[in-house]
Ligand binder design. Structure first.
Ligand code: HEC
Ligand code: HEC
Length: 459
């Protein structure tokens, strides 16, 4: 009996001691392994996919106890099964990345974070006193300040998808000079272009590096544009201008004219400062459809990496899907001055009511030319939201009757925000459009005459 009591007493002592040990061990682990992550000026492994809005640091508070309670109260710790804690799942996300390069780059960092958090959480969960402390006040919880929608929007993969729809999709306007991978030796129609490119590169070897803009894949192209921008010498216009998106070299160069030839018949080498010249000549126009989508993408990119989106309302719809279907307005009214930006929306029939759908299915934008024509390739409106982008899906305009609604920016609203959609105040008229088979390309454009535009009477 006595011995039994003794043994029990001893056991209690051992248990109590080991509990105290767990308590101090978790505090020690926190100090040694979690605080360095908190203090580090380098981004955590989350950056592999999240360009902004989340970082592992955001879940850490300077107090060991509060950090644990905060994770516990947010449901990120599994008290019974610490190894299955959600915070560890978040850290492990990077292992599943299909981008092998990115997976490798962040592997060491991820491993260190995972080991640190696993050991510390395990120690915390073994400390009954810590586990059962009362809940923290909601205002004391740690974690990203941004809502989940903003976090999802700031993912790299979403920006790449958007890049494909808004910039990569327009690359054939830069063919053949900046798209070496689109040149096909076996295509008879490419032969002259290939020959001319060879000749040009031989004549101007110093310009060869400036021609490689569109690389083999959208990802490589994007990386190139970002790297190029980081290396901008002082005074030059950056390829991607984070401060003023519409003043990016990527946009301004193709909107610049050819320089005058020198006396020896050669072109002077254009610089990267104003006044700009482009040896490719005018390839994009202020407020045309590619200009709009280029600027929209750069603006979104700048806002993401600048962590400037705070709420869901700040997010752009980012749902334009590029096509090669050309919509044309001819005989634009004389009262519209040349270069006025015009938006044309395509509305489909509402099958149930026989009327027109209030939401357009597609739009384009162009400017009034000296011959009073407006041209543009259609962008379809995809679904909104993070999983809505079907880039590769070929959109086709189904045969049928459509209504086009035309808006003219006579007050130059787009000057302030080139990505904006015009408002009912800018509405100038509508007309029906019958579509049989619509094929991509300029020669297959569908036209509506400005003379047929009517403004329906309000009922
Ligand atoms: C391999 C890519 C990848 C990595 C690395 C990654 N995440 Fe994510 N994360 C995602 C994806 C994909 C989503 C969007 C899930 C969805 O849309 O349902 C997401 C969404 C989120 C969300 C929003 C909540 C939600 O369910 O949508 C949070 C918070 C988050 N991640 C935190 C983190 C943290 C913290 C890290 C680093 C420890 C991290 N992520 C690392 C891919 C990743
Ligand atoms: C007919 C050939 C040609 C076409 C088409 C063309 N360019 Fe160029 N582009 C050039 C040449 C040559 C240069 C190098 C000399 C210069 O800076 O003007 C250049 C330079 C550039 C530069 C500067 C690159 C740097 O590193 O300084 C950008 C940006 C650019 N072009 C964008 C475009 C875009 C975008 C398009 C399509 C919308 C386009 N260009 C279409 C020939 C072309």
């Amino acid at each position: 009996m006595v011995t039994r009591l003794l043994v029990l007493g001893l056991l209690c002592l051992v248990v109590r001691e080991s509990l105290a040990e767990e308590g101090s061990r978790s505090a020690e682990l926190f100090e040694q392994r979690i605080m360095p992550i908190f203090r580090s000026s380098n981004p955590s492994s989350c950056i592999q996919c999240h360009l902004a809005a989340v970082d592992l640091k955001k879940y850490i508070l300077p107090s060991h106890e509060k950090t644990f309670l905060s994770l516990r109260d947010k449901g990120l710790v599994d008290l019974e099964n610490p190894a299955k804690s959600k915070i560890l799942t978040l850290i492990r996300m990077g292992e599943k990345d299909r981008d092998e390069g990115a997976r490798l780059i962040h592997a060491a960092n991820r491993k260190a974070e995972l080991e640190a958090f696993s050991a510390w959480i395990e120690a915390c969960c073994n400390d009954p006193k810590l586990r059962s402390l009362p809940k923290l006040k909601a205002s004391d919880l740690a974690g990203p300040e941004r809502p989940n929608e903003v976090i999802r929007h700031a993912r790299k993969i979403r920006l790449v998808d958007s890049f494909v729809r808004n910039v990569w999709s327009q690359r054939m306007r830069c063919f053949p000079c900046h798209t070496p991978h689109e040149l096909d030796e076996s295509n008879a129609r490419h032969r002259t272009a290939i020959q001319k490119q060879k000749e040009f590169r031989r004549q101007y070897p110093e310009l060869v590096s400036r021609l490689k803009i569109f690389h083999k894949t959208p990802e490589e192209t994007l990386q190139y544009l970002i790297d190029h921008s980081k290396k901008t010498p002082l005074g030059d216009i950056p390829m991607i201008n984070l401060k003023q998106p519409q003043d990016s070299l990527l946009v301004l160069k193709p909107m610049s004219k050819l320089p005058n030839k020198l006396d020896d018949g050669r072109f002077p080498i254009p610089g990267r400062t104003a006044p700009l010249f482009h040896l490719g000549g005018l390839k994009m126009h202020l407020n045309d459809h590619s200009y709009k989508s280029f600027v929209a993408w750069i603006q979104d990119y700048a806002n993401v990496v600048g962590d400037r989106y705070e709420s869901v309302d700040d997010l752009p719809a980012d749902n334009w899907v590029a096509t090669q279907y050309i919509l044309r307005l001819t005989a634009a009214p004389d009262s519209w001055t040349v270069t006025t930006p015009v938006q044309i929306f395509l509305h489909a029939k509402n099958k149930a009511t026989g009327g027109w759908q209030s939401e357009p299915v597609a739009f384009t934008q162009g400017t009034v030319t000296p011959r009073h024509i407006v041209n543009g390739a259609l962008f379809f409106f995809g679904k909104k939201g993070p999983k809505a982008h079907a880039v590769s899906r070929e959109v086709a305009v189904e045969p049928g009757e459509y209504l086009i609604k035309v808006y003219a920016d006579k007050t130059r609203r787009l000057k302030k925000d080139p990505t904006a959609m015009l408002t009912p105040e800018d509405f100038v008229g509508q007309a029906p459009l019958k579509v049989g088979r619509w094929r991509p390309g300029f020669r297959q454009a569908k036209s509506v005459s400005g003379a047929n535009l009517i403004v329906p009477k309000a009922d």
